[in-house]
Design a protein around this ligand. Structure first.
Ligand code: CU
Length: 499
């Protein structure tokens, strides 16, 4: 198995993983019959409730030969299973924390009661089990889960606690490749900064520098599904890739090294209003996209790499001297993430859908109130509306606390006054982008979303409908999804309350 030509620093072939590492597809002689994906977890039906049992535990993975890296994982050494939810069902998550320290587990992109959100208020003490239950009310989409502990999110995600959630909804009537691990493939994209001894800035006893906290920690080693230089075999035909940018800070401008086009059918919040044929998809941390890639004309044994064409968007995402200082070399160039090998097996005889169900667009006149959300960085500080959330329910200089009456429609005008991109994530409620610098969003960004990339100098106006279960005791969070920024307090909270 030859090494992939990466960014000049990724020259080693895939290294053997720990015995229970994801994929374990390293140096074994026989090619893996299926694509290395996280295990699929359908839970167990108990009295009509789909129960998932998740164990947060420590482990290790040998990304650097001879030097195991200490990791965290969910039911395994690194990352966690793909949880499959079905719309209309009730799910129960039983999360046992064996990490030896407090954490949380947040269901990113899932619409649920605030007490089930798994944000910084729902802490799970060491050795405790958190049980939460909610109804799956939303259409098909790819969501994900990760810790969300106040000031510790970046560390816990970097150590390896993350996984995808596949929400299914047969009522939508759209036929997409759906054989998990064969033609329906989640790709969890993460970068890691690994030293020669396998440690990284969040390893036990290590602390990221102030520069890394301000810039967001970037690394030179690319992992897909926890595997370095992943090579996966795909059938000759249409394949669905569920992309998740699970990195702490790096954005990716994804495309294929042979320039082939693909069809984007879904974003963060599920299906787009129409399929979009393109050669690039830009994903900030926390964002997802579902792509249909046709390998039907590829020769058996052919290979094509997935790459990030980051240099193409560098000037958009980073401005001025300060922007240049927080970006790294990879942000200025093109680098490979993984390689697809085309197998012998034909895929299911599917074509990309020519249409998708309509997405009813919200309009500005529906808003009963507007809010300004100003993202900024000054000195050693990352702020929302000039404030930092410093502990639960408190911020400096003033609490960023919104009380939003249930049933309200609001317009949030999000501006980025800083020199680098910030992805704003809003818990529970998906939103629509009304416009970007006054222009209507392209189709890829015109569906429902929960995380939006806001480039320096941009004003992105969002439309949100707050409805559902009210809770005066527990808020939902909104924050920058550069996890170092979130931990430094670039976060606010809102309550949905009875009108
Ligand atoms: Cu940020």
């Amino acid at each position: 198995m030859s090494g992939v030509a990466g960014a000049g620093v990724l020259v080693a072939p895939i290294l053997g993983c720990g015995s229970d590492a994801p994929g374990d597809g390293g140096v074994d002689a026989a090619p893996a019959p299926v694509f290395p994906v996280p295990p699929l977890d359908d839970g167990e039906l108990v009295g009509g409730v789909r129960v998932f049992r998740l164990r947060l535990r420590s482990g290790s993975v040998e990304w650097v030969s001879g030097f195991p890296t200490a990791t965290h994982g969910v039911n395994g050494a690194f990352l966690g299973p793909a949880l499959r939810f079905r719309r209309g069902e009730r799910v129960r998550l039983e999360v046992t924390n064996e990490l030896g320290e407090t954490t949380t587990l947040h269901w990113h992109g899932v619409q649920l009661p605030a007490a089930s959100d798994g944000g910084p208020y729902q802490t799970i003490a060491a050795a405790a089990t958190w049980v939460t239950e909610f109804d799956v009310v939303q259409p098909a989409m790819t969501a994900w889960y990760h810790p969300h502990l106040m000031e510790r999110t970046a560390r816990h995600v970097y150590m390896g606690i993350a996984g995808v959630i596949l929400i299914e909804d047969d009522a939508q009537g759209v036929v997409l490749p759906s054989t998990y691990g064969v033609d329906d493939l989640p790709l969890v994209i993460q970068d890691r900064r690994l030293a020669a001894d396998g440690t990284h800035p969040y390893s036990p006893g290590h602390v990221p520098s102030m520069h890394d906290q301000m810039a967001g920690l970037r690394g030179e080693t690319m992992l897909v599904n926890g595997i370095r230089q992943l090579r996966g075999v795909v059938p000759r035909g249409l394949v669905r890739l569920r992309m998740l940018n699970g990195s702490n800070a790096r954005a990716y401008n994804l495309g294929f090294t042979d320039g082939r086009s693909f069809v984007q059918v879904a974003g963060d919040g599920g299906l787009l209003a129409a399929p979009v044929t393109t050669t690039r998809v830009l994903l900030a941390p926390g964002e997802r996209a579902e792509l249909l890639v046709d390998f039907g004309d590829d020769p058996e044994g052919g290979a094509v790499a997935l790459a990030s064409f980051s240099g193409e968007v560098f000037a958009q995402l980073y401005t001025g001297t300060m922007g240049g200082a927080v970006a790294d070399a990879l942000d200025r160039t093109t680098f490979e993430l993984m390689t697809f090998e085309v197998g012998a097996a034909p895929a299911a005889p599917l074509s990309p859908p020519s249409t998708l169900p309509p997405v009813i667009r919200m309009t500005a006149d529906q808003a009963v109130r507007t809010r300004s959300i100003v993202l900024d960085m000054t000195g050693p500080s990352v702020t929302i509306n000039g404030a930092r959330m410093t502990s639960l329910g408190a911020s400096v200089p003033a609490a960023i606390n919104f009380q939003i009456p249930n049933g309200s429609v609001e317009r949030w005008d999000v501006s980025n006054n800083s020199f680098m991109v910030h992805p704003l994530h809003i818990h529970n409620r998906h939103f629509q982008i009304l416009d970007i610098d006054g222009q209507p969003p392209p189709v890829q960004l015109a569906g429902w979303k929960d995380t939006v990339l806001v480039a320096p100098g941009q004003v992105v106006r969002l439309m949100l409908r707050f409805e559902g279960i009210t809770d005066a005791a527990f808020p939902y969070m909104f924050h920058c999804h550069i996890l170092e920024h979130e931990d430094m307090g670039m976060m606010g909270q809102f309550y949905i309350v009875d009108p």
